[in-house]
Every structure is written in structure tokens, then in C-alpha cells.
Design a protein around this ligand. Structure first.
Ligand code: SF4
Length: 444
């Protein structure tokens, strides 16, 4: 039997589940990483997940990273989601052992105080280009000084969620659905996060079970609520028992017809999608999941396996993608992402215009760019690969869909339509009353 802290040579042929007692030490040192208990208080309040023997794939890139930076760590440990959380990168000193940081990145993390803390799982760090600070995934999680620049129109809570909060953690804006922010914790922090005011609050208090109960009571007392979206923070960072508690309570409310989970976990911490988690989730139907994908490089053997596991459990999967400058703002990148998502049974659902949170101007594209991308997808690929492009209107106006100008107006009873090749077609519209509109149509 191997002893903890003993150097360990990764044996590729060895099945992870065969390791009886893997070592627990890592090579990287992170003086700021104060441990799971401070960063993830939910785990103190609720029971830890039971040990899980789920087999997780490890892609070549991650395996090389594991060997290089965590040579004492076994594949079993690497594939343990709690190990990933405990060893997440939370300081620039640790990050600079992995990436060649440029001046912008170093200044952002040293000179100025950040709105949003740094946090990247080792798995997601393994996907970042160590030499290129413009690498799309790297830009999405490594701070730069531009995030300290506040531009006109930006706000900490641009969607006005706080003004629609009925009880702590519950946003009730639309009559038939609520947004339930069950935690303020994420395993990795996206620099463009709409809820950075929540997840970045150093003094935040994670919701405890008593606060959840208040929110659940509110839902119980409001029969108009038929749809509950669990979000945060990332709900799948909660232990299995906590998720089971929430889903079980919601399943007992007769008027709640559907529960959705919004998460980035399959992308940044696919090791969390264990068989025990799946066994919890699949007991509660209908359960839908919106997964936050940003770029085709995020689709790896690990994330593909996580999504397929969820799809096999009967959970319909949709994607939510934020349109981000110099990250995914081109037709080829977006088309590749949408195609790759369909291959792993995730239906492209929303393409969001980036919300004007504080310090987001370096991420925001002109709206025209989003329209160009939709124009470059619609008709040029399968309809299933075309998401809805929406702007979440500031001050709580809700999601507003945007489409290129396919509708070109009317001529008498004809509707004039432009197709994806730019050709104009007439559609004979149905008159309001049958037989009323009998004028001859102009020939085209
Ligand atoms: S996973 Fe979602 S909630 Fe968490 S930091 Fe990223 S965008 Fe924000």
C-alpha cells in the first residue's frame, strides 16, 4: 500500500479505480490556498459525498499537465472532484508556475484589487496555453487590467436581479418562473461573469439550509411558479446530499412542473459528474440542464464524457454561450463549437450578448457581430446548431431575441423574405378573414 506524500509514478495502464490509497500531496505550492473549509463552507455544513468509483477519462493534454505539475498525484486523485477543488489555483504566485504571465496579467493580479477572485481548477488550467496570453480559454479565466476599467452603461447588477429578489437568493421576475441562487461558489471564475457581484463578494455568505428553506417556502406559497432555475454560483459544486435535498423538496411542490440547473461544471470540473451524482439527478424528472460552454477547445474527452453521462441519464442538455470579443466572436469558431456540442448531445440554446457588468468592455462585441454570427450559421448548417441570440435587457427587461433582417416587409398580401443566400422570396400571407383579400398579386 502506498503512503501519503510518497512520490508516485503515473502508470497509464493502471485503472484509476485500482489504486487503493493514492498519495495526497501535490507539487504546486499555493500559500494563499487556505483550503476547502474556508473556500467551500457548504462542505462543512452538509455531509461530504460518499467515495465514488466512477471512471473518468483523462485527455492527453491533462495527463501531460498532471505529470509535469503534480508528479506526486495519482490519476485517482486528479479525477476526484474534491481534490480538484482543494487544489484549484487561487493566487497569481501559483498561476505563474503554470503560465508565462504577461505584464497585463501580473498587474491585474498584483497592483489592483480585483472585483472577482482568481480561481481555476487544475483540470481547466491544463487546457490553457502557457505561452499565449491571447489564448481564448486563458482570457476567459485569467484577469487582465482591463477588467478594472469601468465604462459608461456598466453596472454591478445590470439585469436588476437584486431588485426582483423576494427572499435572499430567490429572484422572481417572471410570473411563472424563479431563479434560485443556491450558492455563491464556482469551481472556476469566469472574468465576464454576470453575477460577479455575488460570486466575487469576499464577504459573501453562502446560503445555508435555513435560507434555502425560506426560498423553498416562498415557492410553495406561490402557485404561479411552475419552473425553477437553480443557479448561483454553480449548483453542481454542492455536495450530492445538498442537491438531493433541494431537488427532493422541489419535487414535492405540486405546481413546480420543471426544474432546471444552470452550470459550467461539465466544462471546468467534469470530474464532478460521478455515478453517485447521476443517481441523484435522475431520480428527479423532468430535470433540464443548461451548460455554459464558451469555446470548442472546452470540448475534451473529459467534458464529452460528462455530458454523455448526463444525457444517458435522460437529462436534456442545452448550451448557453456568452459572445466574447477575441474569444469566440467569429463564425468559424462559433460553428465549430455548435457542431461539437451536437456531437456530445448538447443542444445549442442561447448565445448571449455579454452583459454590461463592471469592467466588461474588453469582452463586449458590437451587437452587429452577434447578428453576423447568426447570419453565418442559419441556413449554412443544421437548424439544431443555431442558438437563439439574445440580449438580456438591462434593468430586468428579460431576454430579447435578435435576428438578422430576414423579414423584409410586405407587398400587398405577400410577405417578403430574405434567405441565407440573400435571395428575396414572397410568401402569400393568409388574410385575416378567408376570402377577403382577393386583389391580384403583383408579379415579381
Ligand atoms: S460559472 Fe457562471 S456563475 Fe460561475 S463565474 Fe462562471 S459565469 Fe459566473
Amino acid at each position: 500500500m502506498k503512503k501519503a506524500n510518497q512520490a508516485y509514478v503515473v502508470n497509464e495502464a493502471e485503472s484509476p479505480s485500482e489504486e487503493a490509497e493514492p498519495p495526497s500531496s501535490a507539487l504546486l505550492e499555493d500559500s494563499n490556498n487556505s483550503g476547502l473549509s474556508l473556500l467551500f463552507p457548504e462542505l462543512i455544513q452538509f455531509p461530504l459525498p460518499k467515495p465514488d468509483k466512477t471512471f473518468h477519462k483523462i485527455g492527453i493534454r491533462s495527463l501531460q499537465f498532471l505529470r509535469k505539475y503534480f508528479p506526486l498525484v495519482s490519476k485517482t486523485e486528479w479525477n476526484n472532484w474534491e481534490w480538484q477543488l482543494r487544489n484549484s489555483i487561487t493566487s497569481w504566485q501559483t498561476l505563474q508556475q503554470l503560465l508565462q504571465l504577461d505584464d497585463e496579467e501580473v498587474r491585474a493580479m498584483t497592483v489592483q484589487s480585483a472585483n472577482l477572485p482568481l480561481r481555476i481548477t487544475p483540470y481547466y488550467a491544463s487546457l490553457l496555453d502557457p505561452l499565449n496570453s491571447m489564448h481564448p480559454l486563458r482570457r476567459s479565466v485569467v484577469p487582465v487590467t482591463a477588467e478594472h476599467l469601468i465604462s459608461p452603461g456598466e453596472a454591478a447588477d445590470p439585469l436588476g436581479e437584486d431588485t426582483h429578489s423576494r427572499v435572499p437568493g430567490l429572484v422572481h421576475r417572471y410570473p411563472d418562473r424563479v431563479l434560485f441562487l443556491v450558492t455563491g461558489f464556482c469551481s472556476s471564475y469566469c472574468r465576464y461573469c454576470t453575477r460577479s457581484r455575488l460570486v466575487g463578494d469576499q464577504n459573501k455568505r453562502h446560503l445555508n439550509r435555513e435560507q434555502w428553506d425560506r426560498a423553498l417556502t416562498y415557492i410553495e406559497l406561490n402557485p404561479s411558479v411552475r419552473d425553477v432555475l437553480l443557479s448561483g454560483g454553480d449548483p453542481l459544486t454542492l455536495p450530492d446530499d445538498s442537491l438531493e435535498y433541494l431537488l427532493s423538496r422541489l419535487s414535492k411542490i405540486p405546481h413546480v412542473e420543471v426544474v432546471r440547473i444552470g452550470t459550467k461544471i461539465p466544462v471546468v470540473l467534469p470530474q464532478r459528474i460521478t455515478h453517485t451524482l447521476i443517481n441523484v439527478l435522475k431520480r428527479f424528472r423532468p430535470l433540464w440542464m443548461s451548460i455554459h460552454f464558451t469555446h470548442p477547445d472546452e470540448i475534451t474527452p473529459e467534458s464529452a464524457q460528462a455530458c454523455e453521462r448526463l444525457a444517458d441519464a435522460g437529462i436534456p442538455l442545452g448550451s448557453q454561450t456568452v459572445l466574447l470579443k477575441d474569444i469566440n466572436d467569429s463564425v468559424p469558431t462559433m460553428k465549430k463549437l455548435m457542431h461539437e456540442l451536437l456531437k456530445i448531445r448538447v443542444r445549442p440554446y442561447y448565445l448571449y450578448q455579454c452583459d454590461p457588468i463592471l469592467g466588461s468592455s474588453h469582452f463586449r462585441t458590437p451587437v452587429q457581430k452577434g447578428l453576423e454570427i447568426i447570419e453565418g450559421l442559419r441556413g449554412h448548417t443544421s437548424g439544431y446548431a443555431v442558438p437563439h441570440y439574445v440580449i438580456d435587457a438591462p434593468q430586468g427587461g428579460g431576454k430579447i431575441p435578435l435576428l438578422p433582417d430576414y423579414y423584409q416587409g410586405r407587398q400587398n398580401h405577400d410577405v417578403l423574405l430574405r434567405n441565407y443566400q440573400g435571395n428575396i422570396y414572397r410568401y402569400p400571407d393568409q388574410p385575416d378573414e378567408v376570402g377577403k383579400a382577393t386583389e391580384p398579386l403583383p408579379s415579381s
